[in-house]
Design a protein around this ligand. Structure first.
Ligand code: SF4
Length: 445
């Protein structure tokens, strides 16, 4: 054995769950090569910043993180979405050691080897088989594809990440199985467009556990439901074939696993001219019909969505149409962003009237107040019900968890009073006694 200390890396992970998965992959490689991770920049051999380049505010945050790494350490490698536009980074910080784009794991590792060479020690291969996860042990993100075939005008992801590339079903399932074996109790399926899964592979057959599946959304849901854990579907678009997955939801399989009755669908807007200007792949009226149909099949389905307010050309009428859609669709969980122009996005060149920032803010506030009243009413339905809750953060008398209708980090929580000690990842039955606009409160039964 060598008595040399392992090189230390300070890792900053910014951006969305998809970027988090990239961070996990890089960290897995680092740990496999014997690098140590440290929480502080000072004393590390190198800082890696995984950046987000989606909105200007995210870019500003990324640049700030790079600046901090340089001032506190001096050696910084930049990767992630913002790395696809290296000029901006070089302009602000010529001293960065290397810049690579999203999913460029090999290039990141090459840059790391140059700045902080690895130790050659065969005994340092300490990585658990399922890789390293940055999320708590009981839930994990499962990335099923990269890139996107849509061309929404506010988005540069297809430019940064290219067209859709799906992972074959068996490969996704092998990763899912490893995660479950390692103690994961909830899998969060992510991609840019989950319902388009497999289109690029022409839904090719894929053999997993001697069963022939096809690489497509419905088969993936069926296969994942056999793993004995909660499965949550994110970034789904309201295409007709999503209808087939709805009956599977909430139905516990023999394994004890379940596709939770939850869909995360980024609608972005509801007014036809705004959707058209955004080049979104769906039409508002059809969306509403579709949502109604799903609720007929699965009345307890919770839908989460995000919207953009103040998109160029959005009129007061368009905005009111959006509020009307919220009233009609009664979505359980909703987030909103004020439109921000992203450099390189086609929306900047549409020649549409810019909504002034004060008006954007007013609409945003109206939007949030409108939705809060809807969410609060929907939350009240849960009072008196007995529901299943997965524990995220155990406490001495009250633990924090989530229902099947809440995703980690973005949705509400359930506060569970319990006389017996609970552990993270436990699934418990809870009688709900009280609800506020976002959270529920109850007692374990
Ligand atoms: S669906 Fe639209 S917003 Fe989402 S990644 Fe693709 S182009 Fe971007």
């Amino acid at each position: 054995m060598t008595d040399q200390a392992a090189p230390k890396i300070s890792f900053v992970s910014l951006g969305c769950p998809k970027a988090l998965v990239d961070s996990e992959r890089i960290i897995t490689k680092l740990r496999a090569e014997g690098y140590e991770l440290t929480k502080t920049h000072a004393g590390a051999d190198l800082v890696i910043v995984n950046t987000c380049g989606f909105l200007d505010s995210a870019k500003a945050e990324s640049l700030e993180a790079i600046g901090k790494g340089l001032s506190e350490n001096g050696k910084v490698i930049v990767t992630g979405c913002m790395g696809a536009e290296p000029e901006q980074i070089r302009e602000a910080y010529p001293a960065v050691s290397a810049i690579t784009g999203p999913q460029a794991y090999e290039s990141v590792m090459q840059a790391v080897h140059e700045v902080a060479p690895p130790l050659h020690n065969p005994f340092l291969d300490l990585v658990p088989e399922q890789g390293v996860k940055l999320t708590p042990r009981h839930y994990a993100y499962l990335k099923i594809s990269e890139g996107c075939n849509n061309r929404c005008t506010f988005c540069i992801i297809p430019k940064l990440r290219g067209d859709l590339v799906s992972r074959p079903l068996a490969e996704v399932m092998r990763e899912a199985e490893k995660l479950v074996k390692a103690g994961v109790k909830e899998l969060l399926v992510i991609s840019q467009d989950t319902s388009a899964y497999g289109v690029d592979l022409k839904y090719s057959p894929s053999l997993w556990q001697d069963v022939e599946y096809r690489t497509r959304f419905l088969d993936l849901a069926k296969a994942l439901s056999t793993l004995g854990v909660w499965v949550r579907l994110h970034y789904v678009y309201p295409y007709p074939h999503v209808d087939e997955v709805i009956p599977l939801m909430g139905e516990m399989t023999e394994s004890g696993g379940v596709i939770v009755p939850y869909l995360d669908i980024p609608f972005q807007h509801a007014a036809p001219n705004v959707l058209k200007a955004m080049k979104r792949p769906a039409h508002a009226e059809k969306i509403l019909q579709r949502v109604e149909k799903w609720r007929e099949i699965r009345p307890d389905l919770a839908i989460r969505s995000t919207f953009i307010v103040g998109f160029p050309g959005e009129t007061e009428e368009d905005f009111e149409e959006l509020l009307g859609f919220l009233s009609a669709a009664k979505l359980e969980r909703v987030g909103a962003f004020k439109y921000e122009p992203v450099r390189g996005a086609p929306a900047n060149d549409l020649g549409l009237a810019v909504v002034p920032p004060e008006e954007q803010q007013r609409r945003y506030d109206r939007f949030m107040a409108h939705q809060q009243a809807i969410s609060a009413r929907l939350q009240q339905r849960r009072v008196g019900q007995r529901i299943k809750v997965i524990v995220d953060a155990p406490g001495p008398t009250v633990s924090k968890g989530r229902s099947m209708w809440d995703a980690p980090e973005i949705d509400g929580s359930v506060y569970v009073a319990s006389r017996r000690p609970l552990r993270a990842g436990d699934v418990v039955s809870v009688k709900i006694e009280r609800a506020d606009a976002y959270d529920l409160h109850g007692t374990a039964v």
